[in-house]
Write a protein of this length. Structure first.
Length: 147
């Protein structure tokens, strides 16, 4: 029974992680990835604004959370396998679900960034000034009708 649960959990992990891992390997070779990281580091050093620092700290925080979830999933699976505890197995499944949700969230954020980057930029147009209705320059006349 334990081996079936272990194979089931490994299959779920493979279904979530392998496609994105293989796709990234196909699209971005190691050399270009390193070159990109080097150029990004150079740009971060040159930039005067704090935007690059905020982006790198967010990326670092996301990476730490992802690594923490992976480690927690592995340790809980190891503990559930060694002890044979059903409770630890449920903890493992819960951590796996949290990891899958977090990876899904990261992929959604990545897709939004790519969509925003690909969206056509519309140049800013100056605001249209309000036009007052034209008033004739003729002097006002009053017509009196006497009866």
């Amino acid at each position: 029974m334990n081996i079936i649960v272990f194979i089931l959990i490994a299959g779920i992990w493979a279904a979530f992680l392998l496609p994105s891992f293989l796709e990234d390997r196909r699209e971005a070779p190691v050399a270009s990835t390193r070159a990109f990281a080097r150029s990004r580091a150079l740009l971060a050093n040159v930039s005067t604004g704090s935007g690059a620092l905020v982006a790198s700290s967010v990326q670092l925080r996301r990476r730490r959370i992802l690594v923490g979830l992976v480690v927690a999933a592995g340790l809980s699976l190891l503990a559930a396998t060694v002890t044979g505890s059903v409770l630890l197995l449920w903890v493992t499944i819960g951590v796996d679900v949290a990891l899958a949700a977090y990876v899904t969230l990261l992929l959604m954020l990545k897709q939004q960034r790519l969509a925003a980057r690909r969206a056509p930029r519309i140049p800013a147009t100056p605001p249209v000034p309000a036009v007052a209705p034209e008033v004739e320059d003729a002097p006002p006349t009053v017509r009196v009708i006497a009866g």
